[in-house]
Ligand binder design. Structure first.
Ligand code: Z5A
Length: 212
């Protein structure tokens, strides 16, 4: 390693149930890291702008029906179509804050009853996050926030199952954040953890691939 020329960006993923605060916190992290002078972008999955993303969006808003396996593979394909750009950004030194990733893919589909190993298989080979911050909130509390919209998965009983599957995916890249705390407290914790991660990636922590 010869210092700056090797400096790469960090892949930071935010996961959690619907209404756990991912969108609010990714915006805050973005401006914090930008303010410190780090190149950083905020991404989200599903990316509803691509052609695959449009199919996903139509499914989530109940405008189309798809078999559980089919929609699972579309969510995965939506990550694969962004993989080379993701890798290029990281290698060129840009950090990415990503709202939902493969863990959502596996947790939501297994909660419907699909085999967890089958769900993980199409994710193998995608870029592995350097850090996953899981915004932990009891499903009942999340449901009290801002009211669920009309999208397909926004129901309490289903969110409870998703929470159970998320817990099975916890690995050493995970940090569990108490998402019931006031927004500013959550933000403060997340900033510290994210900055540590960006610094260690800059120092040359190698990139890796799923699943670790
Ligand atoms: N899905 C899948 O099945 N497979 C996959 O591979 C992927 C996703 C990637 C769409 O995702 C659905 O796709 C999602 C999973 C599935 N279904 N569900 N559920 P999406 O990302 O498009 O949408 P979402 O993540 O479900 O919803 P969201 O609105 O983006 O939620 P959020 O980002 O976590 O929360 P927020 O918008 O930041 O906050 C929600 C409200 O709570 C808002 O009013 C805030 O002001 C408030 N809030 C936030 N933090 C706090 C605190 N700390 N205290 C009090 N109030 C707070």
């Amino acid at each position: 390693s010869n210092g700056k020329s090797d400096a790469r960006g960090a892949l930071i993923v935010l996961e959690g149930l619907d209404r756990s605060g991912k969108t609010s916190q990714s915006a805050r992290l973005l401006s914090y890291l930008n303010g410190l002078g780090y190149p950083v972008e905020s991404w989200r999955f599903p990316d509803r702008e691509t052609s695959v993303g449009k199919m996903i969006s139509s499914y989530l808003t109940n405008q189309s029906q798809l078999d559980d396996h089919t929609i699972h593979l579309l969510f995965s394909a939506n990550r694969w179509e962004k993989k080379s750009l993701m890798e290029a950004k990281l290698k060129s030194g840009t950090s990415l804050i990503v709202d939902r990733y493969s863990y959502s893919g596996v947790a939501f589909s297994s909660a419907k009853g699909l085999d967890i190993e089958w769900c993980k298989a199409p994710e193998v080979g995608l870029m592995a996050p350097d850090l996953v911050m899981y915004l932990d909130i009891p499903p009942e509390k999340a449901a009290e926030r801002g009211g669920y919209g009309g999208e397909r998965y926004e129901q309490l009983e289903f969110q409870k199952k998703v929470a159970q599957y998320y817990k099975m995916l916890n690995d050493p890249s995970w940090k569990i954040i108490d998402a019931c705390l006031p927004m500013e407290d959550v933000e403060k914790q997340m900033k510290e953890i994210a900055l540590d991660c960006v610094v260690s990636c800059q120092k040359g922590k190698p990139l890796s691939h799923l699943w670790l």
